[in-house]
Design a protein around this ligand. Structure first.
Ligand code: NAP
Length: 298
């Protein structure tokens, strides 16, 4: 008899536990998930913000120009069920980056996803790259992401959240005529890899999405004022004239969502380049040959 009553008590407490877990999980599903997208007022960041809204996230977009943010938030809000907020901040400045997440804590109370999309490309040769320009590119592409990650850790630890840093094909290879861009994106890749290991015990996932050149209406003219006589005309093209077709931006956005969903560490778009890059790294002379062949030059 004693044994039967022990089993009954055990069964009852197991059932109570299942009920408690179901209640917690229902509560979690009810909670509004919150995402911050830096650089969400334009380009790829805007499209990522739009996609996260469609995935039922409450989205906070961040940028320096209030006017641009206000207009982007208006457009995003038009098609969304969940809300959009914006925060004016220059995320290369530590106090600004901190403010973004202090405001999220105060207003939304939680954070599930951080997408660091602020970044800037470049045109030029290393022979003429100035220290000021390199510092600017490092600030835009690396320091911005580092400061936001640091300020978001406490919130993301509570949700077991995800950080997506937006890298580039230039985080994997160093083609000609990209000025200081490949240096900066390689540094971002290094930071992302180290952070992934260091934040794993806190339950935070950190990944890097690396797109090749993305199709956009101003693609052929964005770098007009950075071109000097030492550069071939092709260098003004997307990817500084890399012979690779421009990516559909939605394809990149889908990979960002895939990284969040599956906690992928590193995604390259287009994916087939991973094998060429690995072959080039294993055999550097072959890697150089590939880059010379598939980029334009005099
Ligand atoms: N476009 C491509 O072909 C391509 C290819 C591969 C990778 N990527 C990467 O994708 C990301 C987005 O590129 P994109 O070309 O789509 O960008 P974009 O159109 O130039 O937009 C940049 C966004 O970042 C904001 N921003 C810039 N500096 C900021 C700062 N210091 N603090 C806060 N916000 C800032 C801008 O708003 P404000 O100016 O108002 O601040 C804007 O919302 C970058 O990391 C880029 O390296 C782009």
């Amino acid at each position: 008899m004693g044994k039967v009553s022990e089993i009954t008590v055990g069964l009852r407490s197991s059932i109570q536990e299942v009920i408690r877990e179901t209640e917690i999980s229902n509560k979690m599903n009810d909670v509004n998930k919150v995402a911050v997208v830096t650089g969400g007022s334009a380009g790829l960041g805007f499209l990522i913000a739009q996609a996260l809204l469609r995935q039922d996230y409450f989205v906070v977009i961040v940028g320096r120009s209030e006017e641009r943010l206000r207009e982007a938030a208006r457009q995003l809000e038009a098609g969304s069920v969940k809300g959009v907020a914006f925060q004016v901040a220059d995320v290369t400045v530590s106090s600004d980056a901190k403010l973004v997440f202090d405001e999220v804590l105060k207003n939304q109370g939680r954070l599930d996803v951080l997408v660091n999309c602020v970044g800037q490309s470049d045109r030029g040769q290393i022979a003429t790259l100035t220290v000021d320009r390199l510092n600017e590119l490092i600030n835009q592409n690396v320091v911005s992401a580092m400061l936001c990650c640091q300020s978001a850790i406490e919130l993301l630890e509570k949700s077991g959240g995800v950080i997506v840093n937006i890298g580039s094909l230039a985080a994997k290879v160093s083609p000609r005529f990209l000025g200081g861009y490949a240096i900066a994106k390689h540094a971002l890749a290094a930071m992302t890899g180290q952070m992934r290991l260091e934040l794993r015990p806190k339950g935070i996932h950190v990944g890097l999405v690396n797109p090749g050149p993305i199709r956009r209406s101003d693609a052929g003219s964005r770098y007009d004022n950075q071109l000097d006589a030492s550069l071939p005309d092709q260098a003004k093209k997307p990817g500084a004239g890399a012979r690779i077709s421009g990516l559909d931006p939605q394809r990149v956005v889908n990979q960002v969502l895939r990284m969040i969903r599956k906690r992928k560490p590193d995604i390259l778009i287009p994916g087939y380049l991973r094998y060429l890059i690995a072959a080039g790294q294993a055999t550097p002379r072959f890697g150089d040959w590939l880059l010379m062949k598939f980029t334009s030059g005099k």
